[in-house]
Design a protein around this ligand. Structure first.
Ligand code: HEM
Length: 234
């Protein structure tokens, strides 16, 4: 019912749920994207090129997914920013203790989450202009190859050429480090949202979130590092 939806959106617990669910959806995308990108190490450019070609050959699925991602990103930003603003103006006694954290710690975490989240958003916009729209370097668009008799975009060469620029690689690595920190703190606030009180369970989920964040950092970061060190060559 529309009334239920609007009261859920106005309540802070409703928005915390939205932030958590959209965050999980985006993590799902990022994990799939990292696994797809690791095909850069397959020993042949064909694997990643054919994979990218396959994704592009299903425009309806691709666009449905893109719309879902845009919606999830918009909802996540709106829910987290409105919650952070309300947290800042909340009276101290409304929230003096969150678990074992002080109000100052909670406020500081929320400020760092807004900063890391904004830089990650800036990174994603740059990344889309870089590799998807190919506006940063127009020569990427003409990188073509033929695999199995099929002409396709040479994504492998584009990525290697892109990361040969140390400034661009450095910016990606910075963004990956911020993504790592954002995911770790995000996981901690999900515990509070879902009211995980069991100390043992919270520890298991916390360790899982930490392992995931490290895997994403290493998996994504390996590509620019491999290009800069000459492990991945054009
Ligand atoms: C080393 C790290 C990364 C590499 C090499 C990489 C590579 C790519 C490439 C090649 C594309 C364009 C695919 C194509 O149009 O053919 C792409 C698209 C994209 N990437 Fe990444 N990516 C990296 C990290 C990330 C991260 C950390 C995020 C999110 C936080 C991200 C989000 C996206 C999104 C949203 C798209 C657009 C997908 C679409 O076209 O619908 N990427 N990436």
């Amino acid at each position: 019912m529309p009334n239920d939806i609007s009261s859920m959106l106005r309540s802070s617990i409703g928005r915390k749920w939205i932030a958590a669910i959209t965050g999980l959806f985006m993590i799902g995308f990022v994990v799939m994207h990292m696994l797809g990108n690791l095909q850069m190490f397959a020993g042949t450019p064909d694997k990643i090129n054919q994979y990218a070609h396959l994704l592009k050959s299903m425009p309806a699925v691709l666009w449905a997914f893109r719309m879902g991602l845009i919606l999830a990103t918009g909802l996540h930003i709106w829910a987290t920013l409105t919650l952070a603003r309300e947290n800042r103006i909340a009276k101290p006694q409304g929230y003096a203790v969150a678990g074992r954290k002080s109000r100052l710690q909670v406020t500081w975490t929320s400020v760092t989450m807004v900063i890391s989240g904004s830089i990650i958003l800036g990174f994603v916009i740059f990344h889309l202009l870089h590799f998807t729209a190919q506006w940063v370097d127009r020569s990427y668009a003409s990188m073509e190859t033929v695999t199995g008799g099929v002409p396709m975009h040479d994504v492998y060469r584009m990525v290697v050429t892109g990361f040969s620029n140390p400034w661009i690689s450095g910016f990606y690595l910075l963004a990956m480090a911020l993504l790592f920190s954002h995911l770790r703190h995000g996981a901690a606030s999900v515990f509070q949202t879902f009211g995980v009180r069991d100390h043992h369970l919270a520890k298991i989920i916390g360790t899982g979130a930490w392992i995931l964040a490290v895997a994403l950092f290493l998996g994504f970061g390996a590509i620019p590092v491999a290009v800069l060190t000459g492990v991945l060559k054009p």
